[in-house]
Design a protein around this ligand. Structure first.
Ligand SMILES: Nc1nc2c(c(=O)[nH]1)N(C=O)[C@@H](CNc1ccc(C(=O)N[C@@H](CCC(=O)O)C(=O)O)cc1)CN2
Ligand SMILES: Nc1ncnc2c1ncn2[C@@H]1O[C@H](COP(=O)(O)OP(=O)(O)OP(=O)(O)O)[C@@H](O)[C@H]1O
Length: 189
């Protein structure tokens, strides 16, 4: 299917989830994160959900990371193409931006090259590990600035599509994708 049709399909599917389904499925995803081979890593990047778009509630994953004393880093939009990344601390204050994304006001910035693991929001992904978001290319550009060996983990309420037809060269594929039912691994080794 084409990106544009997939965005429509999965936006609709997401908005049909009840608050209790959203909450339970987010917990199931957080529990599966514990099984991934990522626990020797130190710098974990994660997004805070847009509630109006029924994104996965990442609070459970964040609690796990903080409980294990990991460095947790969250993004902030600074232009129509660029993100900046802030270390989450006890003092971090958040405001909801124009796109309804909770973002850190200020703090310590972290360079993409420092990151070991990135949890990635998405609307849909396919059996090869390709993903699509809202179509602004923020994550594609961000992942391009990360190290080659950064571990890229998609989070999705729904299972893989057979194929996203119109993938282009700037689209960076996932290493893993976690859904409430299973964990997909796209890594060779
Ligand atoms: N929680 C979360 N944070 C994130 C992302 C994300 O997907 N989820 N992003 C991932 O890239 C970046 C922000 N990207 C976004 C791009 C578009 C829209 C959005 O609401 N677009 C509207 C049109 C809004 C407008 O132009 O006024 C839409 O799609 O309906 C939201 C976030 C960085 N932070
Ligand atoms: N590394 C890059 N450098 C410059 N432009 C890029 C890069 N990656 C993606 N883009 C541009 O961003 C736009 C949106 O890309 P795409 O449709 O793949 O977004 P998406 O993956 O759905 O969004 P997101 O990455 O924000 O979740 C495209 O016009 C694409 O050319």
């Amino acid at each position: 299917m084409l990106k544009r049709d997939l965005r429509l399909k999965y936006s609709k599917l997401r908005s049909s989830l009840t608050p209790s389904q959203l909450s339970l499925q987010s917990i199931a995803i957080a529990n599966s994160v514990l099984q991934l081979p990522i626990w020797k890593k130190e710098y974990f990047h994660i997004f805070l959900p847009i509630q109006q778009k029924a994104e996965i509630d990442t609070e459970g994953i964040i609690s796990i990371l903080l409980g294990l004393d990991k460095n947790v880093i969250v993004p902030k939009i600074i232009s129509s193409t660029q993100l900046e990344h802030y270390l989450l601390t006890d003092n971090t204050k958040f405001i909801i931006n124009k796109l309804n994304i909770p973002e850190p006001v200020d703090g310590i910035t972290i360079e993409p090259k420092k990151l070991d693991v990135v949890f990635i929001p998405l609307l849909a992904f396919d059996e090869k590990g390709n993903r699509i978001g809202y179509g602004k290319g923020y994550y594609d550009r961000f992942l391009n600035d990360c190290r080659e060996d950064v571990i890229k983990i998609g989070l999705s309420f729904f299972e893989a599509e057979p194929l996203i037809d119109d993938i282009d060269i700037t689209d960076i594929p996932l290493d893993y994708c976690i859904t409430p039912k299973k964990t997909y691994s796209f890594t060779e080794s």
